[in-house]
Design a protein around this ligand. Sequence first.
Ligand SMILES: [Cu+2]
Length: 151
Amino acid sequence: MRYAIAIAAWLCAAQAWAGDVAVSGAWARATAPGQEDAAMQFSITSKQEAQLVAISSPAAGAVELHRMTHDSGVMKMRAIESLPLPAGKAVDLAASGIHVMLLNLKQPAKAGESIPFTVTVQFADKHKATVQATAEVKPLADNHDEHEHHH
Ligand SMILES: [Cu+2]
């Protein structure tokens, strides 16, 4: 039964293309009791060179892109304004040391649910495109390798 649910969620989260931009493999981490922020990951590919400039979600009060950095052995994260997307190359946020934070969630993120979000990219000629996608919420227990968040 769990297997069937996972497949259904995967189908919902299948690649979403808007013109020349695709978002795939989006997932978010379920929130612990009392927690109002959830980390989200996805992979994004733009056929043309572009910048990821904004992410929004009706489920969250605000959405930020965070980059993890190692500073003298201490892991830190800071918000970044944009993320370069090389032409035709999939950018996997997790592999790039980046995660998305869904802040001030309007309700807890529960495993098996999906969270809709919109990604805005800007191309070299300044025109913008938006892509709608959904993130599958994964249980907390699946994320032992994730860093702890202290906001
Ligand atoms: Cu963060």
